[in-house]
Design a protein around this ligand. Structure first.
Ligand code: ADP
Ligand code: MG
Length: 685
């Protein structure tokens, strides 16, 4: 079946994608027509006609109305104006209100039909109009659902809508089916072609839901297929490293630590040490709340492996974290003659060459770096253990990259986002799970307060007091989901505000538009207390450890997910001083209120995770992304959990069938596995 591969067609082939547009699309990860079609909206703007009597106060709605009154204009200065007009929106008489649109006045003749979209004020029977249309004139969005895409930079919503429509016209018919027919039939799923079209342009919410259902299954099924195929192909291979550990030596290392391990650190370390000695390669998830002491467990395992004659690697998501971990490992390994090196993108070519050479010759025992660590040109003499920290799961793809280099190290993945056990086992079907369920003794719990925006002066006073005592503060800016640009603008505004409030202190700024080098610089300044107040968007790294920072201020806290709030709070409370977290929020809805309550009620990450799941109903169309779990384009690990389970069973069954590996009906799935490096041709013979 020689189908056209839409992922091979450059996006500029879509009419209207010219000039700088391909480049701008690339910043969203869109290079091909296939990528573009897979760029789903995250919600819809609803212009379907509604009945006002069913609307709730504050709803954004679209209604049909007839002009009944005389329009009235009030001018404020030259450009600002307020236009009001009585309307009949059956069965209610309402007042439509426009701001700065006084020129519409002449069109509002009694008896004229009009469609109004706006915010409904139920008490005063006012509709504050954001868009209005006279039916029958030009193109109309009346009655439609319009997709809302995540766009940045020069790309606009309108342009994205047009472009996707155009892409569907040109290429929609060529979208191939990837799911096996039997699964489509089993779950009554629509063809991929139709689902993609409907996700971008649903006729109704129900249609959108059905399209989503199909794509959720596909996404989870492909995810599970990868894991199950990897398992099937590598089943029972006892070709890992059986580390000959020197247990008395390891015990001595642990005894010499500056503190006693907690019971759960001891248990987890024992599990890891046991795995390391087996000939199967370990694949273990270590989860524990922020501050539970995962690093020292990992360090002990690395120590054990090095003393057994192997090398270790520690991978982290960012350079800042890499440097921080390198420093703490060096401190712990100081008196044991263990060589630790850093391998990150900011090394000079020469430095990089030196490190690579030393790694290959076995002169470096432990290398710390970003994901660049596993690149093609990195070779180890004897790699025995890979540890990855925070969020970035070491996927089966990376495992097979290593395997192709003839390496099959043990892998330990650490995460600070606690996941209920059942969820973890399904999401990480190929992993064993260890849990740190207690914090080291003597930690002072962080005091958390929820305040409203009108208390900002008091919050500033609080910051001033802590900084005067020699402490430092983080200020996290509001989150704007739809636009990174606005996020950055917010941070710049808050930064200016803080500089004004604290002329005697140094106020730093950190946001996503800065280069890695600029971010590193700011973080270094903050670590050294040359910056006292750090204003940041959420780019502030998980895992960042500045013990002298005792104050975490979060603007618009109700907009953040609970897990994220807990992660942010975990940046303080890491030293000897009492720490505080101040959530500034005016939650309008129940979920927002419950989030604030959960945060002030408890410091326990597992309890937070439990409440987070509870609060996340089926309300969100596309769900919300939760860190710590695999990042899906459209599926939501939590609300789509049952689908995930079914997808796992189906995938496992499929890869066990001999005809899966040969029959024509599964060609695309096999190609997918090949692209993901799960199958290499030699494994398929
Ligand atoms: P996380 O699990 O968030 O990665 P870390 O490993 O960064 O936590 O540990 C947080 C802090 O607690 C570090 O300063 C570490 O040295 C300290 N720590 C770890 N284990 C213990 C312990 N058993 N007793 C006292 N302090 C500990
Ligand atoms: Mg950590």
């Amino acid at each position: 079946m020689a189908s056209i591969d839409l992922y091979q067609i450059p996006v500029k082939e879509v009419h209207g994608v010219k000039g700088k547009k391909p480049e701008e699309l690339l910043t969203l990860g869109i290079a091909s027509v296939g990528d573009l079609l897979d760029y789903y909206p995250f919600r819809y703007e609803d212009y379907t006609l509604r009945d006002l009597t069913e609307a709730k106060d504050g709803d954004k709605i679209t209604v049909q109305a007839t002009v009944v009154g005389v329009p009235l204009v009030q001018m404020y200065g030259r450009v600002k104006s307020r236009l009001t007009c009585k309307m009949m929106a059956d069965p209610l008489f309402i007042t439509a209100v426009w701001f700065n649109r006084h020129f519409l006045k002449d069109q509002l003749k009694a008896g004229t039909d009009i469609v109004l979209t706006g915010k409904w004020d139920q008490k005063r029977l006012h509709l504050t109009v954001s868009e209005s249309e006279f039916p029958g004139k030009g193109t109309s969005q009346i009655g439609t659902l319009q997709p809302v895409y995540s766009v940045t930079g020069a790309l606009t919503q309108k342009w994205m809508r047009q472009t996707l429509k155009q892409a569907l016209t040109q290429y929609g018919g060529l979208i191939p089916e990837v799911l096996p027919q039997e699964l489509l039939a089993k779950y009554d799923l629509m063809p991929r072609k139709q689902a993609v079209a409907l996700l971008h342009m649903p006729g109704s919410m129900e249609e959108g839901q059905r399209a989503r259902k199909r794509m959720v299954f596909e996404e989870l099924f492909l995810f599970q297929l990868k894991m199950q195929a990897y398992r099937a192909l590598n089943h029972d291979r006892a070709d890992g490293v059986a580390h000959p550990l020197d247990m008395p030596l390891v015990r001595a290392f642990v005894r010499a630590l500056p503190f006693t391990l907690t019971e759960s650190q001891k248990n987890v370390l024992a599990e890891i040490l046991h795995d390391l000695q087996q000939p199967f390669s370990m694949n273990r998830l270590l989860q524990g709340d922020v501050g539970a002491g995962k690093t020292v467990v990992a360090a002990s395992a690395l120590y054990a492996v090095v003393k057994a004659g192997y090398q270790g690697a520690l991978m982290v998501p960012t350079e800042i974290l890499a440097e921080q971990h390198k420093r703490s490992l060096e401190r712990l390994f100081e008196s044991y003659g263990i060589q630790v090196a850093l391998l990150t993108g900011s090394l000079t070519d020469r430095q990089r060459r030196d490190v690579l050479g030393a790694l290959q010759m076995g002169m470096i025992d432990v290398v710390v770096g970003t994901h660049a660590l596993i690149q093609e040109d990195v070779f180890f003499r004897k790699l025995g253990l890979v540890v990855t920290d925070e969020q970035h799961r070491f996927g089966v793809n990376q495992r097979s990259v290593l395997r192709r280099k003839g390496l099959n190290p043990d892998v330990l993945t650490m995460t600070a986002t606690p996941i209920p056990r059942t969820l973890a086992i399904t999401a990480f079907g190929d992993m064993d799970v260890s849990t740190l369920n207690e914090l080291p003794k003597g930690r002072k719990p962080i005091k958390t307060y929820a305040v409203t925006h009108d208390m900002l002066d008091r919050v500033l006073g609080f910051i001033r007091r802590e900084v005067a005592e020699g402490r430092q503060a983080y200020v996290i800016c509001p989150l704007i989901e739809e636009s990174e640009k606005l996020d950055v603008q917010n941070a710049i505004d808050v930064h200016a505000q803080m500089q004004f409030a604290f002329p005697d202190y140094k106020v730093g700024l950190l946001h996503g538009r800065m280069t890695p080098a600029e971010k590193d610089e700011v973080m270094r300044e903050f670590s050294a207390n040359r910056v006292q107040v750090l204003v940041s968007t959420t780019v502030i790294e998980v895992g960042v450890d500045v013990p002298n920072a005792t104050l975490m201020i979060i603007y618009d806290a109700h907009r953040f997910g609970l897990s994220q709030l807990h992660q942010l709070r975990g940046r303080v409370g890491r030293g000897e001083h009492q720490s505080y977290c101040v959530l500034i929020a005016d939650p309008k809805n129940e979920v927002g209120k419950q989030r604030m309550k959960a945060m002030t009620d408890t410091n326990d990450g597992f309890e937070i995770a439990r409440r987070d799941l509870e609060l996340r109903g089926p309300g969100d169309f596309f769900g919300t992304k939760q860190s710590g779990l695999p990042d899906f384009r459209i599926a939501d690990m939590v609300t789509d959990f049952e689908v995930m389970e079914r997808a796992r069973d189906d995938a496992a069954e499929l890869v066990r069938r001999p005809d899966f590996w040969t029959a024509a009906g599964y060609t695309l799935l096999r190609e997918f596995l090949q692209r993901e490096h799960i199958t290499d041709s030699e494994l398929l013979d």
